[in-house]
Design a protein around this ligand. Structure first.
Ligand code: MG
Length: 253
């Protein structure tokens, strides 16, 4: 069953989403050649704590950090480590969740490290575009498959691989709630209703669709080792325009 969020729940989710956005604002600032993924994790942890929230990922199914940090061919769920440092030309996907007042906000972004190739820039631009095309479909009168189709259309246009095994999800009291959202059309006719909150998160690859999980049982990478990008927002269906939950709230900018 899918939970429609109340005004009070949405208020708390927007606060959680604001904290997620604060983390991303900082990531954009500090990511540069030589920084380790452990340093990024520490920064994120402190921002979340300073804002009286809980790092949702820390301890989730045993995950040992507050962010997932996935570099180049890594798609999602990379574990931060002091020995893992980004270098010029890399891309790094940072995924972070914050729980505030019992409600979760979840958001990811792929950042370039210094100068990247035009081909990789195209991957980033397209994955971000796919996210926003998906968000546009988050309105009453549409069905869940409209979101999937919008993402797939953008990926296909640019001939990018679409990760099949992972996707978006309902979010709120838990990080992963119903429904599951595929990043390609599967024909799900679930009507979208006011109060639904879904984390939309296209994961697109410069190469093929296939991914493999590393021996650490977390890190997901493309099988062909080609770069992968991941952009995610937590989004609310309203009576009007879709509302991005994981953004800075105007009064707190
Ligand atoms: Mg997510």
């Amino acid at each position: 069953m899918i939970h429609r969020k109340s005004r009070d729940e949405i208020k708390r989710m927007r606060h959680a989403g604001h904290i997620v956005a604060l983390v991303h604002q900082k990531m954009r600032e500090v990511i540069e050649p030589g920084i380790s993924t452990k340093e990024l994790d520490d920064i994120a942890y402190h921002i979340i704590k300073e804002n009286r929230a809980i790092p949702t990922f820390l301890g989730y199914a045993g995950f040992p950090a507050s962010i997932c940090a996935s570099i180049n061919e890594q798609v999602v769920h990379g574990i931060p480590h002091e020995d893992i440092k980004v270098k010029e030309g890399d891309i790094i996907s940072i995924d972070v969740g914050a729980t505030y007042g019992g409600m979760v906000g979840d958001g990811a972004w792929t950042y370039p490290v210094g100068k990247i190739t035009p081909e990789v820039q195209r991957l980033l631009n397209t994955t971000e575009e796919a996210l926003f095309e998906g968000i546009k479909q988050m309105r009453e009168g549409n069905v869940l498959d409209d979101v999937s189709k919008a993402i797939e259309r953008v990926a296909n246009r640019e001939k990018l691989g679409i990760v099949r095994q992972y996707g978006g999800h309902g979010v709120g009291h838990e990080m992963h709630e119903e429904p599951f959202l595929f990043n390609y059309s599967v024909g799900n006719q679930l009507p979208l209703k006011q109060g639904y909150v879904i984390a939309i998160e296209p994961m697109l690859n410069l190469g093929g669709d296939d991914v493999v999980v590393a021996e650490d049982e977390w890190t997901v990478s493309t099988t062909d080792k080609k770069p992968s990008a991941h952009f995610e927002h937590t989004v609310l269906v309203t009576e009007d325009e879709p509302l991005i939950i994981t953004q800075l709230m105007p009064q707190e900018k």
